[in-house]
Design a protein. Sequence first.
Length: 356
Amino acid sequence: MEERPETPKAATSKTTLILDGTQPEAVDEAARILRSGGLVVFPTETVYGLGANALDPEAVASIFRAKGRPADNPLIAHLSRLEDWSLVASQLPEAASFLFGRFSPGPLTILLPRRPDLPEAVTAGLPRVALRIPSHPLARALIAAAGVPVVAPSANRSGRPSPTSYAMACAEMDGRADAILDGGDCEHGLESTVVSVEASRLRILRPGAISAEMLRDALDSGGPELAALAVEEAAQHAERPASPGMKYAHYRPKAEIRLCASPEPEALAARYPDRRLGFIISGSGSSGGRLVMGPGGSRVLLVADAGEYARLLYRAFHLMDESGVELIFAQEAEERGIGRALMNRLRRAASGRESC
Ligand code: TXA
Ligand code: MG
C-alpha cells in the first residue's frame, strides 16, 4: 500500500459571502476576491468548483486546507478561452488543440506540459498541468473578470460527493470559502472527462460527459494522424492510477451504497425492515429530481435515463443523507456514453461493499 502524504487539517472559521449570480455586480465582487488571494465557490456546467488564483501559491495552498485535500492530488487550471493556454502550459500539442477546438468550452480536461514557473502545488509536482475551459456563463465571466487562470477542484470536502446545486455547495463550503456564487443547478452533474494525449493513444483518466465514443468520432474526422490514435480508458486501479485523484475514496455519501441490475423496492424493504432504505431507479419515469416515498418508509429517486441519472446522482446522495437514509440501492447503468462515467462514480461510491 502506498504511503499517503499528510492530509491538511481543514480550515472552517471563515465568514462566507453569498453572491447572487443573477446580479451583475456579483461576478466583479467574486473576481476581486480571487485576485486578492481568496477562495470563491462558483458553478460550472459539470459541478461547483472551489476557485483560487492559479498563479498565487498562497491561494493555491489554501484550497488544499479548505478541502482537507491530500497534497499529492493536483488541480485543474481553468481558463475563459483557449488562446490563454500559455499562462499555464509550455506547449499545446496538435491533438490537444484539435480536441479543445471540438469540445471546448465544455466538460473536457486535457493534460499539457506545464509552465515551469507555475506554482508547484497546482500540479502536485507533476510535469503536466490539467487544463479546462468551462462553458458555464458564470464560470467564464468570473475567470475573464479575474484576469488570471483559476484552479478549481470540485467544491466538496475531500472524499465527499461533488456539489451540483447551490444548496450542496453551501453545505460543503460555508465557513471554508470566502464567497459562494449562486448559479443554480449544474447541467451535467458529473466531473469533466480528463484525458492525456500520448504518442500513439489518447488515454481517458477519468470518464465524463465527453465520452470515449465522442472522442473517437472526433479523432476520426481530424485527419490520418489523429485517426491513428487509439482511445483507451486508463485502468482505474487503486494503487497506481494514472490520475492521482483516482486513488482516493471518492464520491461517498454517509449512506452505504449497493449496486443492483434492477432493484426491487418491495422485496428489499421486506428484507431490511430495520434499515432506512433509499432507491435510485432508472428507466421507469422521472420523479423530477425529488425523492418520493417508497415501501416501508423508503425514499425513491426515479430517473428517466442515464443523462438524468448522471445529473442527479450526487444530489440524490445529498438528499438521501439529509433524510436519514442508511442504505441506498442504486440501479446499474449501461456502460456506454455518459453511462461509463456514471458507473465509474457508482462503483467508487459502493467500493468494497456487497452488491444486491
Ligand atoms: O468538472 C471538473 O473537472 C470540476 C470542475 C470544478 O471543473 N473539477 C474537478 O476537479 O473535478 P477535481 O480536483 O475534483 O478533480 C481533478 C482530477 C483529479 O482526479 C486529479 O487527480 C486529476 O484531475 N488531475 C489534475 N491534474 C492532473 C495532472 N497533472 N495529472 C494527472 N491527473 C491530474
Ligand atoms: Mg473532486
